[in-house]
Design a protein around this ligand. Structure first.
Ligand code: ADP
Length: 476
């Protein structure tokens, strides 16, 4: 029960209230126990007694010092108030309670009077460190009359009972009610949207993908946003997995049907002449090779995506790689009736795996040859730009529609599936593999194309300084 947001909020409010009340009661008691208001009764009594005795003394002109002492003594016995006569030099001339209480300390010269305000008073401490409140006024013959009584001790318990506890209890009950209401409000404000998010997460788990509403406090809205993004990603991943399976099955089904058909025609004797048999064997071989290629490409791609491809990163000259590819692919270029132009700056070093990078440009060249009609031109460029080396393959072929320039790097994506046909038809994995290799080299690959006029594929890789190359080989 205590694990719910509501109860925790309520408990925390309650703790805050208890802490606040303790602080308030503590300071109130300390302040009240020092407050002169509590001595008002005693001070008033002192004033009344003092002024009565003072007027008696002043009215009796013939009063001797002995008579004065007697008069004071009588007043003390009658009222229980301590009187004293103080000289102008602050010395205590007579103390009505001498011997009963410790002596009154000496005053300064002249002694400071306490004024005529009926609540004005002052205090002194005796040698037992007991506090006294007193009033002091001049009488005749340069003497002063002091009336004093022990400073009353304020009973904390009475103070608590009369002044604090009752209002505090009322206040606390009210505060608790407010805390409960606030706790309820906060739990609805925070708890309900959270509960809805939890329900949404459970729905995602069971394969539904609801769009969660952004409500409640900012942090919960951000959580809803993240959950929505996550659910979108999960949905996309699921879709791409389904597409992937469908594509692989389709790519395997087509050659398998072909192989099955031609194998059967041999079995049935439908293909019986040496020419027909050779034709069937060729188709079976081509389709089997295609399936072999597909499986190899899929393996390469999955190794690259998992990061388990066996790559050896060394300084390699991209210019040299492109030169070698051009040389190696001359037969295909000739057969396709294409011209080739090379604008290659020498010594363009990058840090990479030579074989993998060669595969990237072989795939790009393959496509350029495949999608460029006879008489077309393929241009290879390698140049440096700031801290990068850029290599590009430009053709004057069919080009790629604007909205598909990015999609062609997806697995199995082919712009025009109807172009497929014949044993050399593509699978749609070449660019996905190239992209994955470039990514693992911390580079970028993109296409820019004018449909009907041709395309350029760019590969941008971080350059590796020649000096670094020397150092690299020296360190080997
Ligand atoms: P494949 O070439 O095996 O079909 P790729 O992944 O290499 O697969 O290419 C994917 C698709 O991108 C191709 O089917 C084609 O539609 C398009 N494409 C790639 N290169 C070019 C190019 N140079 N000119 C026109 N289209 C291209």
């Amino acid at each position: 029960m205590l694990s719910s947001i509501r109860s925790r909020l309520w408990i925390s409010y309650l703790l805050v209230i208890i802490a606040a009340l303790t602080a308030i009661i503590g300071t109130t008691i300390t302040n009240l126990s020092r407050n002169p208001l509590f001595y008002r009764q005693a001070v008033l009594r002192l004033h009344v007694a003092h002024s009565t005795l003072l007027s008696e003394i002043l009215n009796d002109e013939e009063l001797s010092f002995a008579g004065l002492k007697r008069l004071i003594q009588q007043s003390t016995e009658f009222e229980g108030i301590r009187y004293a006569l103080i000289s102008i030099t602050g010395e205590v001339l007579y103390d009505s309670s001498a011997g009963v209480y410790p002596p009154i300390p000496e005053f300064s010269s002249p002694p400071p009077t306490t004024g005529i305000d009926p609540i004005a008073f002052d205090t002194f401490r005796d040698i037992d460190r007991k506090s006294w409140i007193y009033v002091l006024q001049p009488t005749k013959d340069n003497t002063y009359l002091l009336a004093a009584s022990r400073q009353p001790v304020v009973e904390i318990r009475t103070l608590l009972r009369d002044e604090i506890v009752q209002p505090m209890v009322k206040g606390s009950l009210m505060a608790m009610f407010i805390a409960f209401a606030l706790g309820l409000f906060m739990s609805i404000w925070i708890g309900n949207p959270l509960k809805r998010l939890a329900d949404g997460a459970r729905q995602i788990e069971s394969g539904e993908y609801p769009i969660l509403e952004k409500e409640g406090p900012q942090e919960i809205q951000e959580l809803a946003e993240s959950l929505n993004q996550m659910s979108q990603r999960v949905q996309q991943t699921e879709k791409s997995q389904r597409d992937f399976l469908a594509n692989v099955s389709h790519e395997l089904k087509t050659p398998l049907t072909s192989i099955q058909g031609f194998a059967q025609s041999i079995q049935d004797g439908a293909a019986s002449t040496p020419h027909e048999l050779m034709q069937a064997a060729n188709v079976i071989f081509d389709e089997a090779s295609r399936m072999h290629r597909l499986v190899l490409d899929l393996l390469t791609l999955s190794r690259l995506e998992e990061g388990t491809a066996n790559m050896q990163f060394l300084p390699v000259d991209l210019s040299m790689i492109l030169d070698q590819i051009d040389e190696k692919m001359q037969p295909q270029i000739q057969t396709a009736g294409l011209l080739i132009k090379k604008l290659i700056q020498p010594d363009q070093f990058v840090m990479g795996d030579g074989d993998s990078l060669a595969q990237v440009f072989t795939n790009l060249m393959d496509n350029a040859i495949k999608f460029t009609p006879r008489g077309g031109l393929v241009t290879l460029r390698v140049y440096s730009e700031e801290d990068s080396v850029i290599a590009s393959v430009t053709d004057t072929g069919t080009g790629i529609p604007d909205n598909e320039e990015r999609r062609i790097f997806e697995r199995f994506y082919q712009v025009d599936k109807s172009r497929r046909g014949g044993s050399s038809r593509g699978i749609g994995l070449g660019l996905a593999i190239a992209r994955q290799i470039v990514i693992s080299h911390k580079g970028e690959i993109w296409a820019s194309s004018y449909p009907g006029k041709g395309s350029t594929f760019f590969v941008k890789l971080p350059s590796h300084e020649k000096t670094n190359v020397k150092e690299h080989w020296q360190n080997q």
